[in-house]
Design a protein around this ligand. Structure first.
Ligand code: NAP
Length: 245
């Protein structure tokens, strides 16, 4: 048995999750990575000496199998998530909106519920939820995603009041624009539309967000970082972004 602290990172096959896994390993955590794409997980896990297991947070059986061997857990980073499309409300697709709800909100709630006993058992648990500025801002075409991230914010705040007095910290990380596979997924692999999101401005990179998560996770156990809002300097709100022409 390792005496390192154990961290689980969901959505660790790319972007913020992959960078967070690397940063936590560097900070001395033993890390278990989860996501659906096994080959990608393996490519992230091997260089940092992490363990990995396939995980679909929307599938209760997959979640059960993932958490089954974990008896004690110090840190859960609920990062799996993303956006699908930019449907305005009048033309929204139930299917896309349901998927966003399932991944961003229900999946996060399911992982949290499944790992709460292990987080308690460690005596110093910490849940870090990757929300977004979409958790407290809105923009045209964003309601399917912002609705789910607003719900993540409500869940995070509820967790904090439900768990007060227990040895578990609860943190929300709320990034603005980060250049990852997020926009490729949102625009169904349309590289031109994805690139336009970051055109003429300097977005955050995954490592910037990983830095925030790792900092919050490495404060002393009596210190609860409630939330960190982190944006590129070029972004003032979800819709006010400075771009060089
Ligand atoms: P990304 O590169 O697309 O990463 C998303 C990760 O989530 C991937 O590892 C993906 O892996 C995983 N995932 C998706 N569905 C899953 C499922 N059902 N079960 C398990 N894993 C799943 O995008 P990212 O920007 O790093 O996103 C990470 C988090 O940051 C998300 O919650 C996103 O909403 C949030 N965020 C992103 C930005 C941004 O601008 N990029 C801003 C604010 C917040 P598989 O496909 O292999 O399952």
């Amino acid at each position: 048995m390792s005496d390192k602290k154990l961290a689980v990172v969901t959505g660790a096959s790319s972007g913020i999750g992959a960078a967070t896994a690397a940063a936590l390993a560097q900070a001395g955590f033993e890390v278990v990575l989860g996501a659906r794409r096994l080959e990608r997980l393996q490519a992230v896990a091997e260089p940092i000496g992490a363990r990995f297991q396939q995980l679909d947070v929307t599938d209760p059986d997959s979640v059960e199998a993932f958490v089954e061997p974990i008896e004690k857990l110090d840190l859960l980073v609920n990062n799996a998530g993303g956006a699908l499309g930019v449907d305005r409300i009048e033309a929204a697709s139930d299917e896309r909106w349901r998927t966003m709800w399932e991944v961003n909100f229900l999946g996060l709630a399911r992982m949290t519920r499944a790992l709460l006993p292990a987080l308690l058992a460690s005596g110093e648990g910490h849940i870090v939820n990757v929300g977004s500025i979409a958790g407290f801002e809105t923009y045209p075409g964003g309601a399917g995603y912002t609705g789910a991230k607003h719900a993540v914010r409500a869940l995070t705040k509820t967790l904090r009041v439900e768990l007060v007095g227990k040895p578990i910290r609860v943190t929300e990380i709320c990034p603005g624009l980060v250049e990852t596979e997020f926009s490729m997924v949102r625009f169904n692999q349309d590289a031109e539309k994805a690139a336009a999101v970051y055109k003429g401005m300097t977005p955050l990179i995954s490592e910037d967000v990983a830095d925030c998560i790792t900092w919050a996770a490495t404060r002393p156990p009596h210190v609860n970082i409630d939330e960190i809002v982190v944006r590129p300097r070029d972004q003032a709100t979800a819709t006010v972004v400075h771009r060089q022409s």
